[in-house]
Ligand binder design. Structure first.
Ligand code: ADP
Ligand code: MG
Length: 324
């Protein structure tokens, strides 16, 4: 278990992590989601004692990282932009890690096997592809057979096969009862891997919820309707007890109605329809709404936008790919 309490990190004026409190529990994959610059990597560095909190506290199974004896046997991590000595072979890199952490040499062979690098174990890491480097980093995280694993944006830049492999690995580690904490800036990625979701924006906690709850609350089903007779359709639907929302482009969004029912009502009252389409709001949209405020800064800088859905959605794209 990882426990954060009021964890805060300031870099000068910039508050990178703002009073974060949550727990990461064993036996499941916990997704750590937020746009670029939200504070995910900073939080993970503080968990590992690589960055000192300005305020607050973080504990690993009740203890600070610095006080863990043989920390690699408690928590293994793959950080963003990790540095592997390129001149060393994969085997030697892992052997050095093992020797400095009291881990037997045989374990190096085991983890090389687990990540599928045995055939290239004697090759220099600097010739490795991104995917192979990522596998080597994961082998290092697994070396101490820790009960807690932490991965910072592990699928970034990987090909579909590598992404699939990492997803499967994370799920199997959680199924073994381990604590798995993985960051991403992609809702779609989290939806496929995480059982639990912690969302942050601008360093602040925005959600701490089970994935199932998040999906249930946020996947709104509605029917989109367009008609050249909006007043008539409004009246017909209102009379049937159906509430509609008018969208900016002159269409209606009908919550909780079936397309068949709406179509039949319209036909009965001779209202012409130009569109009648069932829609499902995506989780990506839910995530954008949740974090819109935390990326507004990007939208307003120089654009003169005044808020509302469209600018927020645009800003999201910028915030998404913007700073690293
Ligand atoms: P994420 O991993 O979610 O993309 P980061 O934790 O990398 O976010 O960054 C959070 C914020 O803190 C960003 O605004 C970033 O520019 C800032 N930041 C991170 N590390 C430093 C640092 N060493 N010095 C100054 N600012 C930093
Ligand atoms: Mg990061």
């Amino acid at each position: 278990m990882i426990e954060l309490e009021g964890l805060t990190k300031r870099y000068g004026e910039k508050v990178a992590v703002n009073n974060l409190s949550f727990a990461v529990r064993p036996g499941m994959v916990t997704g750590f989601l937020g746009p670029n610059g939200a504070g995910k990597s900073t939080t993970m560095r503080m968990i590992l004692g690589l960055d000192r909190p300005t305020a607050g506290d973080v504990r690993i199974d009740g203890t600070h990282y610095d006080r863990l004896k043989d920390p690699l046997t408690y928590i293994g991590a793959l950080l963003d932009a990790k540095a592997v000595h390129g001149g060393r072979s994969a085997f030697n890199h892992l052997l050095c890690l093992a020797q400095s952490n009291g881990i037997p040499r045989a374990r190096v062979h085991e983890v090389l096997d687990t990540v599928g690098l045995t055939p290239v174990a004697r090759k220099k890491a600097k010739g490795f592809s991104l995917g192979m480097g990522q596998r080597l980093g994961i082998a290092g995280a697994l070396l101490g057979d820790p009960r807690i694993l932490m991965f910072d944006e592990p699928v970034n830049g990987l090909d579909p096969e590598g992404i699939h492999w990492i997803r499967t690995l994370m799920k199997s580690l959680a199924a073994q009862g381990r604590t798995v904490f993985v960051s991403s800036h992609l809702m779609s990625e989290m939806a496929l891997t995480a059982d639990h979701l912690v969302v942050i924006g601008q360093g602040r906690l925005l959600a701490d919820t089970s994935m199932a709850d998040f999906i249930q609350r946020n996947s709104r089903a509605y029917v989109r309707v367009r008609t050249p007779q909006p007043e008539q359709l409004s009246d017909v639907l209102a009379a049937a007890g159906i509430t509609v929302v008018r969208t900016g482009d002159g269409a209606f969004e009908v919550d909780g109605g079936k397309a068949e029912h709406i179509g039949e009502l319209a036909a009965r009252h001779q209202v012409v329809l130009h569109e009648l389409s069932p829609q499902q709001a995506s989780l990506e949209e839910a995530f954008m709404r949740l974090t819109a405020e935390s990326v507004e800064y990007h939208a307003h800088s120089g654009s003169g936008a005044t808020g509302g859905d469209a600018p927020a959605a645009r800003s999201w794209g910028e915030g998404w790919k913007g700073e690293g």
